[in-house]
Design a protein around this ligand. Structure first.
Ligand SMILES: Nc1nc2c(ncn2[C@@H]2O[C@H](COP(=O)(O)OP(=O)(O)OP(=O)(O)O)[C@@H](O)[C@H]2O)c(=O)[nH]1
Ligand SMILES: [Mg+2]
Length: 281
């Protein structure tokens, strides 16, 4: 199964972003801390044509703290700026504002020399669907100005929101790119909730999730679902053990694979399986 999701509204958003770019001082790119590589839209850097950019690793409360640490070391070694954020609680917002002001320091200084004070800073928020863009704006503004929801594709058009006397933010709809070179990218994006749920095979995504978890977070599977895992078990055996533990059995005694998949993907989304990261440096 290969997952691709590039509906027309994303291509349209890309054009709108290019149009609005001339108004923008700083771009804020949100990545998902659970998949810092696969959540990076490879088209964004060429799209923003050298505008100053701040990178946020959002949903850092949902990712594995050990992976956060590893990525921190990696970025430090590579002299890359990054800020861990939680759009809901506001963690990292202070650092974000400092970073924006730092990027703007030379412009503000130039303005001051011309006697122009209190210049507004205009930032555009970019990122994949469901990464927390609108939530970040609402938290910064201290009010629910932008529509949010735990599904990809909630924001449908660009919207300006004033978050302080100094800062105006432009919320944008999440965008993906036309083709994921590596099929695992589409799968990871599906796991974290950035792909529309009705366009891919949920049972296949759940089976592959079990395979990943078994490899990297076996203890989470064992503890959450109260199952034994034997080296000789196939991934499907584990899937069936989980279904049995939850009583997801249809009339006639067959396993309800679909219900099991929905439960697994939902529990992943709600961090019930644990704080899981799918990529390490
Ligand atoms: N745990 C956690 N949840 C978050 C965080 N940021 C956002 N969320 C949740 O993630 C979901 C998506 O948030 P949105 O702000 O609507 O995401 P978006 O990037 O605007 O999504 P689109 O408009 O579809 O592109 C919501 O249910 C938020 O409550 C975070 O840092 N941590
Ligand atoms: Mg949004």
């Amino acid at each position: 199964m290969t997952i691709q999701w590039y509906p027309g509204h994303m291509a349209k958003t890309k054009r709108k972003i290019q149009e609005d770019l001339k108004l923008i001082d700083v771009v804020i790119e949100l990545l998902d801390a659970r998949i810092p590589i696969s959540s990076k839209n490879p088209e964004i850097d060429s799209l923003i044509k050298g505008k100053p950019k701040v990178i946020l690793l959002n949903k850092s409360d949902m990712s594995d703290p050990r992976s956060n640490e590893l990525w921190g070391h990696y970025y430090d070694e590579n002299k890359q700026d990054y800020i861990y954020t939680n759009s809901i609680t506001g963690k990292g917002i202070k650092e974000l504002i400092t970073a924006i002001e730092k990027k703007m320091a030379h412009v503000i200084e130039r303005d001051l020399k011309k006697g122009r004070i209190n210049r507004q800073i205009k930032c555009m928020i970019l990122g994949i669907p469901n990464v927390g863009k609108s939530t970040l704006i609402n938290t910064m503004a201290g009010r629910a100005s932008a529509k949010t929801g735990n599904l990809p594709g909630v924001t449908r058009s660009n919207q300006w929101i004033k978050v302080s006397q100094r800062i105006l933010l432009l919320d944008t709809p999440g965008i993906l790119w036309p083709k994921f070179e590596d099929p695992i990218v589409g799968l990871k994006l599906a796991w974290i909730g950035s792909i529309k749920e009705t366009i891919y095979d949920r049972e296949d995504a759940a089976l592959k999730l079990i395979s990943f978890l078994r490899e990297s977070y076996e203890h989470c599977l064992i503890e959450r679902y109260n199952i034994d895992i034997n080296p000789s078990d196939e991934d499907i055996d584990i899937y069936e053990k989980i279904a049995q533990k939850r009583g997801f059995i249809q009339k006639g005694g067959n396993i309800d694979y679909s219900r099991t998949a929905e439960m697994l993907l939902d529990e992943l989304k709600k961090t019930k399986i644990g704080k899981i990261s799918f990529e390490n440096p």
